[in-house]
Design a protein around this ligand. Structure first.
Ligand SMILES: NC(=O)c1ccc[n+]([C@@H]2O[C@H](COP(=O)([O-])OP(=O)(O)OC[C@H]3O[C@@H](n4cnc5c(N)ncnc54)[C@H](O)[C@@H]3O)[C@@H](O)[C@H]2O)c1
Length: 313
């Protein structure tokens, strides 16, 4: 008897396969991996299916190059794309990944019209906006994962510094994934107490800077790949909140419609996730400089959107 919802992960690379692995381990879904490289998704799916038998999980995992396999998916995760290569400008990457993600969004709209879409491909905020535009889905059904990762990194670094369990640390990260990440200092607590009671402002700033550069730190060590375990966990945290109807507030890249004084842009904000998707953007109080930083990040995303998207009519 079938007990798992169907989910599809487009792009069976490092992040995509990690998402598939975690979904199987947690028994959250039957997973279809789709990749353009012949054999790649099939090979990883076979490996995961065998892992499921060892883990006593009944989830089915399949792999294919055929986009028709995403039909009836409850959630589609988009990880297809490339990382920036030497000599590539930001705009080169933007155009390259838009040319991959745009057609995938059209496939989702046609083949899985009821799905909730979770975007991972960078540049994250722009790709999420592109998927929203090309699918034509309600904004509640298109969201991006980056804030869950950035908040996780921040909590990990703070926990290491304070020698406490990361579960005791609360922290919110807004804005764009990358240089224009906005850490909300007033939201950071340890065991419910303000972080300012444990670290000086300059120590907090050091941790925030390490978080902002957290992806680059890993790339400089791995050399040929970027992070995938924590990004995979960030995606599955969001999926779990949706399939279990948790109504949990997590940082997500969301298309805004006036919240935080922003419109026609996608940016990281706290949002409530439940079975219908992103059911509410949560407007939390921000200090003046945090609000200005959020608007600066949104402006940069808007400029990139203009490079790749035609205006929505
Ligand atoms: N949002 C975040 O926080 C975050 C974190 C980590 C990585 N990323 C981004 O996620 C993306 C994937 O990273 P990765 O490390 O898994 O890369 P990867 O190179 O390991 O995997 C990407 C996969 O996409 C596949 N692909 C390319 N075009 C495709 C298409 N048209 N249809 C289906 N599959 C296609 C490739 O064959 C490859 O297997 C990158 O853009 C990366 O920058 C984002």
């Amino acid at each position: 008897m079938r007990t798992h919802p169907n989910m599809t992960v487009v792009g069976a690379g490092q992040v995509g396969a990690t998402v598939g692995h975690l979904l199987m381990l947690k028994g959250l879904a039957d997973v279809t991996l789709i990749d353009v490289v012949p054999g790649l998704a099939q090979g990883k799916a076979l490996d995961l299916l065998q892992a499921a038998a060892i883990e006593h999980q009944s989830a089915r995992v399949t792999g294919t190059t055929d986009f028709a396999a995403m039909a009836d998916s409850r959630i589609v995760v988009v990880t297809a794309g490339m990382a920036r290569k030497p000599g590539m400008s930001r705009d080169d990457l933007l155009n390259a990944n838009a040319n991959i993600v745009g057609p995938i969004a059209e496939q989702i709209s046609r083949r899985a019209p009821q799905a909730i879409v979770l975007v991972v491909t960078n540049p994250l905020d722009v790709m999420t906006y592109l998927v929203w535009q090309r699918t034509g889905f309600a904004r509640s059904r298109v969201m991006g994962m980056a804030g869950a990762l950035d908040a996780g990194r921040l909590r990990a670094f703070l926990a290491e510094r304070l020698k406490v369990d990361p579960a005791k640390i609360q922290a919110t990260v807004l804005g764009s994934h990358g240089d224009l990440m906005v850490s909300v200092k007033s939201s950071m607590t340890v065991d419910g107490k303000p972080l300012s009671g444990f670290l000086s402002d300059s120590e907090i700033n050091q941790v925030i800077a390490r978080t902002r550069d957290g992806g680059a730190e890993i790339v400089s060590l791995l050399k040929t790949s970027s992070a995938y375990y924590a990004p995979g966990s960030g995606v599955v945290q969001m999926i779990q909140a949706i399939v279990r109807d948790e109504h949990r507030v997590l940082p997500c890249a969301a298309v805004l419609d006036g919240e935080y004084g922003l419109k026609d842009v996608c940016i990281g904000v706290p949002a409530e996730l439940a079975s219908a998707g992103l059911v509410r953007v949560v407007e939390q109080p921000l200090a003046d400089e945090e609000r200005q930083a959020l608007h600066r990040a949104a402006q940069q995303v808007k400029e990139s959107i203009q490079v790749i998207c035609s205006p929505k009519t």
